[in-house]
Design a protein around this ligand. Structure first.
Ligand SMILES: Nc1nc2c(c(=O)[nH]1)N[C@H]1C(S)=C(S)[C@@H](COP(=O)(O)O)O[C@H]1N2
Ligand SMILES: [Mo]
Length: 411
């Protein structure tokens, strides 16, 4: 770090100053008076500083942070309430957005082409979409026995408003060969071991998903620069699929003539067994036994009230939350206050755009004082409903979309 942020005479590099300004979100007054070889305190970057105090930290090497469900109450998730999932380290080298480039290469491009971030902003039409990003392992803590991977409860999901250019517009400008089947991304984050020959994560999607309108190369979220921990200054954003396909600190996309074979595409990473397996069972990690997770399953959350809510002197309660269904849309949301014996239909809004989550509200009336649970269950537009019990155990602990429940005390 010391070498990268200072020039030979020990003064802060211009690019380091630009990064510092981005990190603190305000100009560095007296920047010209920073002594040689002095490392400003703000360079000890802690992504939690900008987050809500209630966020739950699963670990800091790498940084993995999830949102308690009641923090996800906003219609559009503010950045301070967005979960963070890193496989490697947050880049610590100064980032100069004026020098950032995106290279499109691979077996299935007609020729390799490189764009600066400014080219992308100037040469292509920008688009803004609300997109659900949900970690494939969201809900993993619910599986017994526990699998390897972060034990996420249900808060590794966000729906923010991303702005960027369509990957399909860039790929049309580059020119693709007929044999393109997949894309793979590369980001600037160092591997946990800091071994520069190792890649933390490099995943991708089939070309069909890559060419959808909503697949963005984004430089802004909720109208501002992307925060460093979420991929500043450029990231791929692909809604509805495991968020591991949305590469942060994006510098290269390879267009492949086969399924991308980058880091975390192997073994059982982001894959489901083709046949049901016994909880805890070990099966050979061969491609025949697993399929790559694509569209995420239907899911819903109660974001208000918070579990444990106490209702004093009233027996009705306005509940609200969101529901989403991967590439599909949500057709119905139901709630139950009697452990699933009967269900009441909620009011459900249309999504802002394809691949955004949908908001639901309902008013429930409790028959008498006492302890209740409220359960929520969404159904997608193909008629598939969330399970009330935990779904099929799998070696990676993925795709737990069991219905969300809260406890309420009516006094
Ligand atoms: N370069 C890079 N991109 C990445 C990751 C990473 O570790 N490095 N993690 C992925 C995973 S597994 C998830 S769930 C999402 C999390 O995005 P967020 O931290 O912005 O919420 O980023 C994805 N993109
Ligand atoms: Mo993830």
């Amino acid at each position: 770090m010391q070498n990268q942020i200072h020039d030979r005479r020990g003064f802060l590099r211009k690019s380091a100053l630009a990064t510092l300004t981005t990190l603190v979100g305000t100009p560095i007054v007296f920047a010209d008076r920073i002594p040689p070889f002095y490392k400003p305190l703000a360079f000890d970057y802690d992504p939690l500083k900008a987050k809500s105090p209630d966020m739950k930290v699963l670990g800091d090497k790498p940084w993995n942070v999830e949102s308690p469900i009641h923090l996800l109450d906003d219609a559009v998730t503010p950045v301070e309430k967005m979960f963070i999932r890193n496989n490697g380290l947050i880049p610590s080298e100064p980032i100069d957005p004026a020098k950032w480039t995106l290279t499109i290469k691979g077996e299935s491009v007609k020729a390799t082409k490189t764009y600066t971030l400014n080219d992308l902003k100037k040469r292509f039409t920008p688009h803004t979409y609300q997109l659900v990003l949900e970690c494939g392992g969201n809900g993993r803590a619910g599986y017994e026995p526990q699998t390897t991977g972060n034990p996420w409860e249900q808060g590794a999901v966000s729906c923010a408003e991303w702005t960027g250019v369509r990957l399909k517009d860039i790929l049309a400008d580059v020119g693709l060969k007929d044999d393109a089947v997949y894309i793979g991304y590369y980001g600037k984050d160092p591997h946990l071991s800091q071994d520069p020959t190792k890649v933390a994560i490099s995943r991708g999607v089939p070309i069909k998903k890559a060419l959808e309108n909503e697949t963005l190369i984004a430089w802004a979220v909720n109208g501002k620069d992307i925060p460093l921990e979420h991929g500043y200054p450029l990231r791929l954003v692909i809604g509805g699929w495991p968020a591991s396909v949305s590469g942060k600190w994006l510098h290269t996309i390879a267009v492949r003539d086969k399924i991308h074979d980058g880091a975390k595409m192997e073994g059982h990473s982001y894959k489901m067994p083709i046949r049901p397996v016994q909880p805890g069972e070990k099966i050979a990690e061969t491609p025949e036994n697993f399929r790559i997770i694509e569209s995420m399953p239907v899911k819903s959350l109660i974001t208000y009230p918070k579990t444990g809510a106490m209702l004093e002197g009233r027996k009705t309660l306005e509940l609200r939350g969101h529901a989403w269904a991967g590439d599909k849309s949500v057709q119905d949301v139901h709630t139950s206050i009697d452990y699933g014996a009967t269900w009441q239909k909620s009011k459900l809004q249309a999504p802002k755009n394809r691949l955004a989550w949908q908001h639901w509200t309902t008013e429930v009336t409790f028959p008498q004082s006492g302890y209740y649970e409220v359960w929520v269950r969404a159904t997608d537009n193909s008629g598939v409903t969330q399970p009330m019990v935990i779904p099929q155990w799998n070696p990676g602990g993925y795709l737990n979309n069991a219905c969300h429940r809260i406890a309420v005390k009516v006094v």
